[in-house]
Design a protein around this ligand. Structure first.
Ligand code: ADE
Length: 226
């Protein structure tokens, strides 16, 4: 999977990707994360990438030219998705994440400040994705959310750490929340590990986990049961 992130703050993306499982995924060649800065494509001698909105109003708006030229410069693969991160997009979820993990390349366009010149939407026709109903300062954190979540669905990515098959929302759990986990010791501050997890009966353990998963979903996210 190749991620190409168009951002005014490439260090934010590269820094995050130099830790933990993301770093290992890159080192092992399972994913690659490239960054492209529209500021490197501006024709303006002051390297301007944004300007005040026509019609007045607060904030700065990302200009067309640096973004269009930066997008054009990204090498495109056949099986790709081009995504603009925006609070106005469809809300990201596990289903979209799994669907996107089948692509060869994902190009992520991050806004910053007040937003994009509308002609970026009209001219480049991206799929717009939001990570929730709140407004962030830029699309970088949202891009990282997508990179992290999508990569987890690539079978080799999690490697020995385990699979995402039983993560909350996953197909393995029929879209339900995940069951609770326990590790050593058997008892901590009077709280005991449920007996069923200690007896090595895999059928019973599986039944317990399914029930817990269902109970938890009923209590916390009844909307998921529909
Ligand atoms: N940019 C600003 N807010 C955002 C959000 N909620 N999701 C994705 N991108 C954003």
């Amino acid at each position: 999977m190749i991620y190409d992130v168009i951002t005014l703050f490439p260090e934010l993306i590269q820094d995050y990707c130099s830790y933990s499982i993301t770093k290992r995924g890159i080192d092992e060649g399972i994913i690659s994360v490239n960054t492209h800065n529209p500021r490197d494509y501006t024709l303006d001698k002051h390297k301007k990438v944004d300007d005040t909105p026509y019609g007045g109003g607060d904030g700065m708006v990302l200009m067309c030219q640096p973004v269009f030229d930066c997008y054009e410069a990204v090498e495109k693969k056949e099986n790709r998705e081009f995504i603009m991160l925006s609070p106005q997009g469809e809300t990201f979820n596990q289903k979209i994440s799994e669907e996107l993990s089948k692509k060869e390349q994902i190009i992520l366009l991050c806004g910053h400040y007040e937003g994009f010149d509308e002609r970026i939407r009209l001219g480049l026709n991206p799929r717009e994705i939001s990570i929730g109903d709140y407004v962030l300062t830029g699309g970088e954190i949202a891009s990282l959310v997508l990179i992290d979540s999508i990569s987890r669905n690539i079978p080799e990515y999690l490697g020995k750490i385990g699979s995402c098959h039983n993560d909350s929302f996953s197909i393995g759990l029929n879209g339900l929340l995940e069951y609770p986990h326990y590790t050593k010791p058997r008892e901590y501050k009077g709280m005991k590990v449920p007996e069923v997890l200690l007896n090595g009966n895999h059928k019973e353990i599986e039944k317990f986990r399914k029930e817990e998963s269902l109970k938890r979903t009923q209590k916390r996210r009844p909307d998921l049961l529909n």
